[in-house]
Design a binder for this molecule. Structure first.
Ligand code: FAD
Ligand code: NAD
Length: 475
């Protein structure tokens, strides 16, 4: 028998490493096992988010947006330049440096919090034992009073376009292109398709995104999705809705993609194809036959509202359980699980998890869309305010988009806040806080917002809910 711990966490992504830190803050002895291996063969903590997701994608979004703005926007400001060019390898080096710093930061946090960060695979055995298989050395069976499973997710592969990791790649591959593909195909106009499609489009790729559904961004409010769709089109993203991919053949250094739309069968030749059709929970090799933890039909670990699995003392958090696959959702679940293990009262407010798509313009929302509120039979009112009427947005040369608020007609409570426009991902935090406190539109109306700031659009949208917007014609 090997070492024993109060808590063993399997997975050191944003769900697992945060759970480990919080458990340690409670004075519990903690081990966190992670087997992530980067393409250079090196292991790193941080999971998908830090190594192949949130952080590297945002690094590239920032670089590519600056390049795009330097090309198309600087002249409007009167900034003259003889032309700009992009050094893709320097961009990738910057990205890799950020990832290295942050993943190294987690190792530092583990040390500071006296957490045993164990590099290798973990397997849950019966009786809250965990088999740890280090990258080198002998396996060890750890005894745990509590186990937290945080093994994350992995890209879905579709049979008609299997990854070959050179021409047909997943999101990780699309973050690592060494040169700008002349023609880039993307399967799926979801969050990844839009973010990574934007990166390479801004750097010069001709990007075509094939989306199976007829609705663009089905999970977003319709007004926001329609506005975003127009802006993306203007920026050169070619998004084809109702396009079902039927084949993808690699020949002569290109990929020939077959797809069907309402108009019939078509094809498209591209230099690279990114498949971004969603992710599946990752639990491969995780459970011994008698581990006792149940999974649902789609492979998600089954948990209750407090992330307890079917085995007492075993919790599961993050992408491997139900709910949106978002880093901040996983982290908060990790905190909740650790607090519950320590005997504290803890809960998660699943109704107010913000979503952000880091395109230009950014898209962000919290709560319910107008369509959802209507379908629920709730009496509601809405108000919106365009950034075109915001002095700050104009000064920033980013006057596209709007803030839209959906509120209850009965008691004025905020039900949903939806934004497309500059810094939407930052602006949404005010709405999240307001909704966490069950605020009304009147609360927002009476809150003083700095002038000139983008946040005034939130204020004006709340006023517009009652036909009282000051800097826009109320319709
Ligand atoms: P993961 O981050 O996947 O971590 C799980 C870890 O467990 C991994 O290191 C894995 O190797 C390890 N593991 C698995 N099985 C075992 C085992 N048996 N033994 C040991 N270790 C194991 N979300 C956002 O909120 N904002 C964003 O901007 C954003 N951008 C994204 C961009 C891209 C391109 C992608 C792909 C995802 C993005 N996401 C974003 C989603 C986000 O990355 C995930 O929601 C988040 O990483 C989930 O955290 P997690 O801890 O549950 O799992
Ligand atoms: P997604 O669910 O956001 O989008 C997948 C899209 O692919 C959908 O629109 C779907 O209709 C479409 N699709 C599915 N099968 C298809 C097919 N055969 N042909 C054409 N289209 C098809 O998934 P994703 O973009 O892969 O992202 C995965 C997860 O990662 C998401 O759940 C997301 O929450 C998370 N993520 C978040 C961020 C962020 O928070 N900014 C960024 C990237 C990823």
């Amino acid at each position: 028998m090997g070492r024993s711990f109060d808590v063993v966490v399997i997975g050191a992504g944003p769900a697992g490493y945060v759970a480990a830190i919080r458990a340690s803050q409670h004075g519990l002895s903690v081990a966190c096992i992670d087997g992530w291996t980067n393409r250079d063969g090196k292991n790193a903590f941080g999971g998908t988010c830090l190594n192949a997701g949130c952080i590297p994608s945002k690094a590239l979004l920032e670089s590519s947006e600056l390049y795009h703005r330097a090309q198309y926007e600087f002249k409007k400001h009167g900034i003259q330049h003889a032309g700009v060019s992009m050094d893709v390898s320097a961009m990738q080096k910057r990205k890799a440096g950020i990832v290295r710093q942050l993943t190294g930061g987690i190792a530092g946090l583990f040390k500071a919090n006296k957490i045993d960060g164990l590099v290798g695979q973990g397997k849950l055995l019966a009786g809250k034992k965990v088999e740890f298989m280090p990258v080198s050395g002998e396996p060890e069976v750890l005894a745990a009073k509590h186990v937290i499973i945080a093994t994350g997710s992995t890209p879905i592969e579709i049979p008609v376009a299997k990854y070959d990791d050179e021409f047909i790649v997943d999101s990780w591959g699309a973050l690592d292109f060494a040169t700008v593909p002349k023609r880039l195909g993307v399967v799926g106009a979801g969050v990844i398709g839009l973010e990574l499609g934007s990166v390479w489009s801004r750097l010069g790729s001709e990007v075509v995104i094939l989306e199976a559904m007829d609705d663009f961004l089905a999970m977003a409010d319709r007004d926001i999705a329609n506005d975003a769709s127009k802006q993306f089109k203007k920026h050169g993203l070619d998004i084809r809705l109702g396009a079902k991919v039927t084949s993808a053949n690699i020949a002569n250094g290109e990929v020939n993609v077959g797809f069907e739309t309402a108009d019939g069968a078509s094809s498209l030749a591209v230099d690279k194809l990114v498949v971004a059709v969603g992710r599946r929970p990752f639990t491969d090799g995780l459970f011994a036959d008698d581990a006792g933890v149940t999974t649902d039909a789609r492979g998600f670990v089954e948990v209750d509202d407090e992330c307890r699995t079917s085995v007492p003392g075993v919790y599961a958090v993050g992408d491997c359980v139900r709910g949106p696959m978002l880093a901040h959702k996983g982290s908060e679940e990790g905190v909740m699980a650790a607090d519950l293990i320590a005997g504290e009262i803890a809960e998660m407010n699943y109704a107010v998890i913000p979503s952000v798509i880091y395109t230009a313009p950014e898209i962000a929302w919290v709560g319910r869309t107008e369509r959802e509120v209507k379908a629920a039979g709730i009496e509601y009112k809405t108000g919106s305010f365009p950034f075109a009427a915001s002095g700050r947005a104009k000064a920033m040369e980013q006057p596209g988009g709007m803030v839209k608020i959906v509120a209850s007609k009965v008691d004025d409570e905020l039900l949903g806040v939806h934004i497309v426009g500059p810094m939407a991902g930052e602006l949404i935090a005010e709405a999240v806080l307001a909704m966490e406190f069950s605020a009304s539109t009147e609360d927002l109306q009476r809150t003083i917002h700095a002038h000139p700031s983008l946040s005034e659009a939130m204020h004006e949208a709340s006023l517009a809910v009652d036909g009282k917007a000051l800097n826009n014609v109320n319709k």
